[in-house]
Design a binder for this molecule. Structure first.
Ligand SMILES: Nc1nc2c(ncn2[C@@H]2O[C@H](COP(=O)(O)OP(=O)(O)OP(=O)(O)O)[C@@H](O)[C@H]2O)c(=O)[nH]1
Ligand SMILES: [Mg+2]
Length: 233
């Protein structure tokens, strides 16, 4: 297997839908999930590049592994549940510290998932559920007002840039990097991953260019003139 050219990592509290988002994107479905143990990754080919996307466990007991998974990451997806404000607070309190091992120019996306459960938006913009989903014909709405507003995610994004001492003018705008998604309906899921791929590819190319600048061309190196020591001449 070829070594991945870039790495993206999903972080966030348990149950926010990290595994479901990744499966929705990679497998185009919304299967039943079990709480992740450790971590797992998918490889995605984007243009001529191989990008690994890592799913991590949100459960407290696996917390220590998070910074290992973030090592060398080009982008991190900080995921929360729009219906649980605590899951947004946890991103700052518990998960941001794990990202120290990521690349210096690592990108951050803030993703509020499960927006289909809220009453504020038509979130059927992604892939439609088939008749087997049991949704068709349902007349009872269980939707609730959204508990976390997009402005809260934007504020966190700006805070992260400050904390990382990244210049806001050189980073993608908060509006581009804060998403509301539904792994269930597919709403904004392709947009999330593909926005990140498009931003990560130029970073990979830049990194490669820097590496090749630093490579010493041995063939073109002239043998230094031998200097003779005065006493043995
Ligand atoms: N309604 C709705 N349910 C979702 C959505 N995404 C995930 N779920 C459900 O939420 C539960 C948790 O989803 P997971 O994807 O396993 O969550 P996770 O973040 O990977 O959790 P850990 O692996 O424990 O960290 C499952 O029952 C999913 O079916 C969504 O967009 N909408
Ligand atoms: Mg999971």
């Amino acid at each position: 297997m070829r070594k991945p050219d870039g790495k993206i990592v999903l972080l966030g509290d348990m149950n926010v839908g990290k595994t479901s988002l990744l499966q929705r994107y990679m497998e185009r479905r919304f299967p039943d999930t079990v709480s992740t143990v450790g971590g797992a990754f998918y490889l995605k080919q984007w243009r001529s590049f191989n990008i690994s996307i890592w799913d991590t466990a949100g459960r407290e007991q696996f917390h220590g592994l998070g910074s290992l998974y973030c090592r060398g990451a080009a982008a991190i997806i900080l995921t929360y549940d729009v219906n649980h404000p605590q899951s947004l607070f946890e991103l700052e309190d518990r998960f941001l510290g794990l990202t120290e091992t990521a690349n210096n120019d690592c990108l951050f996306a803030i993703v509020g998932n499960k927006v289909d459960l809220t009453s504020e938006r038509d979130t059927e913009g992604g892939e439609k559920e088939g008749p087997a989903s049991g949704k068709v014909g349902s007349c009872v709405s269980t939707k609730v007002p959204k508990q976390v507003q997009p402005e809260d995610a934007v504020a966190l994004y700006k805070k992260i840039l400050k904390y990382k001492m990244l210049d806001e003018r050189e980073m993608p705008a908060a509006e581009q990097m804060c998403f509301e998604t539904s792994a269930k309906t597919g709403y904004n899921v392709d947009l999330l991953f593909e926005t990140l791929f498009d931003l990560v590819v130029p970073m990979i190319m830049r990194q490669r260019a820097e590496e090749s600048d630093q490579t010493v061309d041995i063939a073109s190196c002239k043998t230094p003139k031998q200097t003779r020591s005065g006493c043995c001449a």
